[in-house]
Design a protein around this ligand. Sequence first.
Ligand code: ADP
Ligand code: MG
Length: 260
Amino acid sequence: MTPELMKLENISFAYETSPVLENLSVAIQEQDFIGLIGPNGSGKSTLLKIMGGILESDSGSIQFKESPISKINKKLFAQSVSWIPQDHPMVFPFKVSEIVLMGRHPYLSPLSFESSEDFEISRRAMETTMTSQFADRYFNEISGGEKQRVMIASALAQNPEMMLLDEPTAALDLKYQVQILKILKDLNTAHKMTLILAMHDLNLASKFCNRLILLDAGKIVRDGSPQQVLEKDILEQVYDVEVDLDYKDGSIRVHPAIRN
Ligand code: ADP
Ligand code: MG
């Protein structure tokens, strides 16, 4: 049994008054590669923000490595868990290398400058994510797939144990979707990185993730291997559409049933 990295117990959360997550409990194991799936508005982004310490739950508890996160030093938590939002508005013109170096911020003391080690770690993060070639370009001037890789590089420079990514492949064409997922898969296997990705593409999720968590209206309705989660009945109920499933090369494919 791999050790638990993060444990959420009875988490509830509401924006103002409308409840979004209700009594949700889940344990994340080290080196999990989790696809967080579910329809629009089911609470995926909210859950990632709570796990990343961006939002605080109204009730319930979260433990990271068996310590309540409320008791963990904020800087230490920021070093350990990195959250990559779905869109990254960058109004101020930063160069790619500067954005990656910003990932080192949780390690710097106030007013201190980056050390040669910080530069070296950033360089390696760019190498891993294949972003070195546009280090000197402006973030605003690169493509969507490149931007996403830069955001992953910046998160990686943080040297986290866990990365939370909100729809990292949304808005990318197929080639870049697969490229991003391969980079993440490699981090997961070679670097033992624990990953949670909010995703819409059930087929890519089933191919790359070892575990899927299916959310419906703020509740976890299935949690397990792709085989356990991607079942016709539950998918039709949660997504409110007829689906056909087929199996190829050990992975499941889900198609909306289009009948004339
Ligand atoms: P998902 O990522 O699965 O699409 P979200 O976590 O973004 O779901 O949203 C869950 C619910 O919370 C939705 O009903 C959404 O409208 C609502 N919601 C999300 N963000 C906010 C916000 N900042 N203020 C108020 N309601 C929000
Ligand atoms: Mg979302």
